[in-house]
Design a protein around this ligand. Structure first.
Ligand SMILES: [Cu+2]
Length: 507
């Protein structure tokens, strides 16, 4: 059958059912509707504009969060992409290292931008110091394996294959070498944008963000070099869920930036390997979302679903200044596994649109401070056994602001009748070891602090690591007229094993 208006098919089927006895000789391509219009042709059938024209072009690749400039081409070209596979140790969180396997040295890998109809000559090089063979499966390739079958590359080798980018869209690429899940979990994914022939509308800024889930043998934020945990990966129980490969990749000084009045387009992908993302920007509404990275857009969207191995493009216009927080709205991932990034918008307030209170403390937790650098310094010093009270306090302060200040306030004074003070607290003075105990096991039942009674519940915070609890305790002990002193991580480890009678089960 020749090209046919797609809407005609269900209509014909309905007619056939309604008139079973009538003449069923199907209308042929001489039906006027069959020739309707060229723009009904979509996808790969539309995307072949013939052989490449002009000199070959070298693709500009960018590291996240940057996006290469628009191709600006109006005819199909031959585009050469050179991508290197690099295995390297990088921080996954402050003071926590991980051996990532990367496309181009970053997680996610380099962003590739071509135009529909381009012929892409893909060169994959695996560095000589790699331990593993790798390959690449690009979801924008039409052909078995998406390139994987032609790109298996041993350490120190290079491979080459060519494909025509027949379909426009935003596509994930990833390594597909066995065990595939492990290669993806180690960071082997990125994105290729195939622009439609007319290009995409111009915007003020474009950013590249990709979510991924990570599995380490140690707990969340447990310091040191953390190996991959295959069992957690199979159980789909990630230790970290991250944007752009590390906690802090896109917060503090690394935040995305924009100005009030600008339109921002984000290319957001999900490498997985396991989780589906409920992608949301706190304080913004997506004016447009090209869901699933495809051709159509939805408007006025709060949260968009991005499957593992999928992507979406979204645009929003910035009306008021402040910090906009990118999260996976499966929200424990944001606040307890790291799935949080920030876009900072500068510019004049507009009180008619928003009254102007900052979101920082509420939503950023221990990311409200510009970095957790002090925590990392403390972790290193602790590892080498030379941690001073000052270093413990610096690290503890950042963590306190993120973990305790919501209730006990930034100055430790608490809230009358609700949260007891931990500034000049006679409860702490009577027993400084009560600090790590209360942090780890929580507290419930009646307590009297500085002459006032409280009968409430503090939830246990045993997700904190031993050195985090030691540092918070030491910070509190040496602040606000508390008695001073030092709590070590060994003491914390000991206290962790002893559950007191007034422990709480949380809320
Ligand atoms: Cu690989």
């Amino acid at each position: 059958m020749k090209r046919k208006n797609v809407y005609l098919i269900p209509l014909l089927a309905a007619l056939a059912l309604a008139l079973p006895a009538c003449d069923r000789s199907s209308p042929s391509s001489d039906t006027p509707a069959a020739d309707a219009s060229q723009d009904r042709i979509v996808g790969s059938r539309k995307g072949d504009f013939g052989p490449p024209q002009g000199e070959p072009v070298n693709a500009i690749l960018t590291s996240p969060p940057m996006v290469p400039p628009a191709t600006g081409r109006t005819a199909p070209a031959k585009v050469i992409v050179e991508l290197d596979v690099i295995e390297k140790v990088m921080p996954i969180s402050e003071g926590v290292d991980y051996t990532f396997w990367t496309f181009g040295g970053t997680v996610p890998g380099s962003f590739i931008r071509v135009r529909q109809g381009d012929t892409v000559e893909f060169h994959l090089r695996n560095m000589p110091d790699s331990k593993m063979p790798h390959n690449i499966d690009l979801h924008g390739v039409t052909g078995p394996g998406g390139g994987a079958a032609s790109s298996f590359t041993a350490p120190g080798h290079r491979t080459q294959f060519t494909f025509k980018a027949l379909n426009a869209g935003l596509f994930v690429y990833h390594c597909a070498t066995a065990p595939v899940g492990m290669h993806i979990a180690n960071g082997m994914y990125g994105m290729i944008l195939v622009e439609p022939p007319e290009g995409l509308p111009e915007v003020d800024r474009e950013y590249y963000v990709m979510q991924g889930d990570f599995y380490t043998t140690g707990k969340y934020r447990e310091k040191g070099l953390q190996p991959f945990d295959m069992e957690k990966a199979i159980d789909e129980n990630p230790t970290y869920v991250l944007f752009n490969g590390s906690e802090g990749s896109t917060t503090g000084d690394n935040s995305l930036t924009a100005k009030v009045g600008e339109t921002v387009r984000m290319y957001v992908g999900n490498g997985g390997p396991n989780l589906v993302s409920s992608f949301h920007v706190i304080g913004e509404i997506f004016d447009k979302v090209w869901y699933e990275g495809g051709t159509n857009y939805q408007e006025n969207v709060q949260t968009t679903l991005i499957p593992a191995g999928g992507a979406a493009m979204m645009e929003f216009h910035l009306e008021v200044p402040g910090s906009y927080v990118l999260v996976d709205h499966s929200i424990f991932r944001a606040f307890n596994k790291g799935a949080l990034a920030i876009l900072k918008a500068d510019g004049p307030e507009n009180k008619a649109i928003y009254s102007g209170l900052e979101v920082d403390e509420m939503y950023l937790g221990d990311r409200a401070g510009d970095s957790l650098g002090a925590v990392a310094v403390a972790a290193k010093a602790q590892a080498s056994g030379e941690l001073t009270v000052e270093e413990q306090m610096a690290a503890g302060k950042e963590l306190f602001m993120g973990t305790c200040s919501t209730c006990h306030q930034g100055n430790g004074e608490g809230m009358a009748g609700v949260f007891p003070p931990i500034a000049a607290s006679d409860y702490i003075k009577a027993d400084p070891k009560s600090l790590p105990r209360v942090i780890l096991h929580g507290l419930q039942g009646k307590v009297t602090v500085n002459g006032e009674d409280y009968d409430s519940i503090m939830p246990p915070m045993n997700q904190l690591t031993d050195d985090e609890v030691a540092n918070i305790s030491t910070y509190v002990l040496n602040s606000w007229n508390n008695p001073g002193g030092k709590i070590s991580k060994e003491e914390v480890a000991e206290i962790r094993t002893q559950k007191p009678a007034n422990a709480s089960a949380g809320h």
